[in-house]
Write a protein of this length. Sequence first.
Length: 197
Amino acid sequence: MKSIDSLIKKAKELKDGGMSEAEIGNELHLSTETINWLLIHGATGEHPPADVKIGWRSIGIYGERIGYLADLMSTIIMEEMEKQNTDVDTVVGIAINGIPLATIISEDLEIELAIYRPHPDRAGRGAFSSNYADVEGKKVVVVDDVLSSGTTMRRTITDLEEKGAVPVLAMVLANKTANDEIDGVPLRALLRARTLV
């Protein structure tokens, strides 16, 4: 129960700091449903929803280690592009944790880099940074660290399509679902972590 107690405490600290449930979920790598439970029911003894917490701090504190993961992701992307008999023009990193991975992938594959910032409440339209590549008319691979419910990735795919991009692959470090595609876009991960019911 100690780990649950520390998650409850951390979730409440982040909420008190002004973060939305969606932002807290991204920060703690937990679904919004789990964050709601932590904030509302966590102290009541009710059983939490089925979820898996993914922590990669031991990797994330060193650029070299992030580079190793990004190199692995690059090989999977190349494998998928060969399988689809297509290519990719741009890698889109989802803020915050997808950015360092996407940056290295962009260098590995010698393709453009775009950055996407999801809207905090996840219902609103996100934004593409104007300091990076434009996605219009490009075939893109979308990169993030953890796929929990898929809400952020779905929103990113929708916003890419509305901008005239063609998402050809979603690539994540860890997939917490049984899905191999998301909104018709193939989904690949280095790891799959999910509860079995």
